[in-house]
Write a protein that binds this ligand. Sequence first.
Ligand SMILES: Nc1ncnc2c1ncn2[C@@H]1O[C@H](COP(=O)(O)OP(=O)(O)OP(=O)(O)O)[C@@H](O)[C@H]1O
Ligand SMILES: [Mg+2]
Length: 467
Amino acid sequence: MKRLNLPIKWKLTLWYSLILASILILFSGGVYIYFKNSLQKSIDAKLKSIADVLSTAIVETHGASVFSNFERYLENVLGKKPKGKFIQIMDSAGRIGAKMSDIDAETLPTPFSSIERALKGEIVYETIETYSRQRIRAIILPIVDREKITSIVQVGTSLEDFDETMKRLLIIFLISIPTSIAITTVSGFFLARKALKPVDKIRRAAIKISSSNLDERIDIGEKRDELGRLATTFNEMIDRLRDSFQRINQFSIDVSHELKTPLTILKGETEVTLRKDRDIEDYKRLLKSNLEEIDRMTKIIDDLLLLSKADSKDILIKTEDIALKDLIIDVCMNMQIFAKNKGVELVLGDIDEVILKGDELKLRRMLCNIIENGIKYTSQGGKVEVYSSTNNGYINIHIKDNGIGIPENDIKFIFDRFYRGDKSRRRESGSGLGLSISKWIAEAHRGTIEVTSAPAQGSLFSVRLPL
Ligand SMILES: Nc1ncnc2c1ncn2[C@@H]1O[C@H](COP(=O)(O)OP(=O)(O)OP(=O)(O)O)[C@@H](O)[C@H]1O
Ligand SMILES: [Mg+2]
């Protein structure tokens, strides 16, 4: 079956009205039937009581003076003139003995079978239609005298009032049910529409939002209901999206800038050199300088590639057993030449002999970056010390220098991409990607990097890795 794609407000209204209609119809039907039954029962009881009184009276007088003046007799027995009733007495052969009628009909078309049943001792109730189409409820009661059915009494009453009452009740139901359904449908529709209005607002706001229009916000007022919370969640999501877009934008600007500087230098130097004929030494110097810039660009691109892959979770971190002490000694040996050139002392302190699960190449890169920073940002005659400590399942590798230190305001930024603290020495310092990469490597090994530093006093980088 094909599903109807009705709007929610219609669906709500429809269900609402359907349920209400069923309840009303069931309820009214119940009321109607109950009312009809009890009214009929009370009519039958009244008929039976009249018939009973008559039957007792006839038995007591043995039918004597009954037939001479029936109406007077009835008035005597019943205490008053029976209004709107039809009463007749028949003998055991079905012949009418006495009759009184206060209704339109002079005779009742009583089926013979009913009389037969009464003659067998049964009390018969029946609804009869007269020749003038009037509905009569009647009782036929056998009169038993000395254990013999001597005659039968028939008492009838017009059902006009009863029919009229039932008709009125039906009319009330027929008017009130559709009216209340109509009122509920209309008001339900408006209520549903009002309640769902914010959804449309959210939809329209969502249409307007694009990467260039992330300042758009959904405003549905001070609502604290589900839709209010939805709008808030939506707005928060746009905030996060805007932040990411801004970061990506900034990142692109930084990348272009970073690559543009070496290219400008390459171009400038090459142009100047080509302006006139030069001797071979000049060309060699140019090419050497060009090579430096190309190396710098290659390094930036390599770093960026690594970070992008890290972002898209494209990198596999190997888990091999690494003897950490050997790795640190090896890195420090490699760094010795750099330290010596810079006039900085690189000291290897106590290193715990532990086996670590991880990616050796990546960890080597991280250590290189941090130790290189220590050397780079320490003036001649300074000292960089590498040592370790373990505590509850973690190893801490400390790289401590007594160099230029990092201003307090800068510390929270140093792990950002392209961030370089000392703006006056930008070219010397590097591209500003080293610590971002190191941080990612530490985190990929479920570790952290912490820094404590004070300007002119030195810095302490602590890498914490789980064992
Ligand atoms: N040991 C340190 N002492 C003082 N400042 C430091 C130290 N380590 C890092 N910094 C500051 O943090 C900044 C970011 O470091 P990061 O290693 O990310 O970049 P970089 O060294 O400038 O360039 P790259 O490492 O990519 O060649 C540095 O520019 C520097 O200002
Ligand atoms: Mg660095």
